[in-house]
Design a protein around this ligand. Structure first.
Ligand code: NAP
Length: 319
């Protein structure tokens, strides 16, 4: 089968499109013909091999050589212990921990998969898993979003932000999005009430206060975020700068106690809310924002766009 393979850590230049061995499913797995896959920040961490990702995937060189977690495709074979799905079913899900999605075929346990609604394209399905789960778990589970709030999403034009706005609007919330100039028109078009260009304005210093901040970048100090929160406001981060995240963990409890402003960190529960996403999609209340789709042969351009953060929404590759 064709696959995007890497045998050493590095930048996008170490990725190669080549023939790889087609995997075989175990008893508790299905074999999927992959139709679409999206790129996540985690793929880049594993590609570049920072310390934490080397602990996961090999200190000197990558053990798993095919990355890619968020896949959508059709089941072509099922192990003997599979009960929820059968050959021919269209499915999607996040295979992080196992990876292998940047390929024509991948194996997956059935607990990592949800049925793909017939009206949802493979490209749309592949865009959903990680980013939409982080948005749902950030806004609803950790943030306890409710009507009438003022919400700010920092890093709003990427994966999490473009799902986050759609979920927030279901709750009747006023939403401000912060991102690069090039993404602001797209952000307005999907429902952001206000947009801020981070090159021109610092949202922590403009005098506005927000009831909730959902952060995909965590690129400021906790004191800056505290200043931008209203009394009893909640700051929820899904990821970003490691040193800032540590600061968040250390200072969060003190800030909660002293300022009555709350700091929360999302630990992704993979695939937990895919059925909710299916409900929203089928009710016409959610539509993934897709950058591309890029053909498999054009994978380098897809990775370049993601690497340079030029993407709007989710970068999707069709296979
Ligand atoms: N918590 C967990 O368990 C878990 C699991 C998986 C992933 N994650 C994390 O979740 C996050 C994924 O977010 P995502 O998919 O939405 O990422 P994304 O698609 O890369 O979007 C991030 C956006 O932020 C923008 N940005 C860059 N610098 C900015 C700044 N200074 N101010 C405001 N915006 C800025 C980027 O655009 P420009 O660069 O063009 O400005 C981009 O549009 C990552 O941080 C990842 O590490 C967390």
């Amino acid at each position: 089968m064709k696959a995007i393979v890497y045998t050493k850590y590095g930048g996008t230049e170490v990725l190669q499109l080549k023939e790889a061995e087609k995997p075989s499913q175990r008893d508790d797995e299905v074999l999927i013909k992959v139709h679409a896959v999206s790129i996540n920040d985690w793929d880049f961490g594993l590609l570049q091999g920072d310390f934490i990702n080397r602990l996961l995937n090999g200190l000197r060189k990558p053990k798993r050589q095919i990355l890619g977690s968020d896949i959508a495709g059709r089941i072509v074979a099922a192990g003997k212990n599979i009960s929820k799905f059968k050959t021919g079913d269209e499915v999607y899900g996040d295979l992080s921990g196992q990876w292998g999605g940047f390929a024509e075929y991948v194996c997956a346990p059935e607990k990592s998969l949800a049925p793909k609604p017939p009206t949802m394209s493979f490209e749309e399905a592949a865009a959903i898993p990680q980013a939409a789960m982080l948005a749902v778990q950030g806004l609803i589970d950790k943030g306890k979003i409710y009507a009438g709030q003022k919400l700010l999403i920092n890093g709003a034009g990427g994966g999490v932000g473009t799902f986050g706005i759609q979920i927030a609007k279901l709750y009747g919330v006023e939403v401000t999005g912060v991102d690069h100039t090039s993404k602001l028109d797209m952000m307005r078009s999907i429902g952001f009430d206000h947009v801020i260009d981070y090159l021109k304005e610092d949202f922590t210093k403009n005098g506005q206060r927000y009831d909730m901040i959902l952060d995909t970048k965590t690129n400021r100090s906790m004191f800056d975020y505290t200043r931008a929160l209203s009394s009893n406001g909640i700051y929820v981060t899904v990821g970003g700068s490691m040193s800032r995240l540590l600061q968040n963990l250390l200072l969060g409890p003190w800030i909660s106690m002293i300022c009555k402003k709350h700091m929360r960190l999302v630990a992704l529960k993979t695939n937990k809310d895919l059925h909710y996403m299916n409900e929203l999609f089928e009710a016409g209340k959610m539509k993934p924002v897709i950058d591309g789709p890029y053909k498999l042969e054009d994978f380098r351009e897809a990775f370049r766009v993601f690497d340079k953060a030029e993407h709007k929404g989710k970068v999707v590759i069709t296979i």
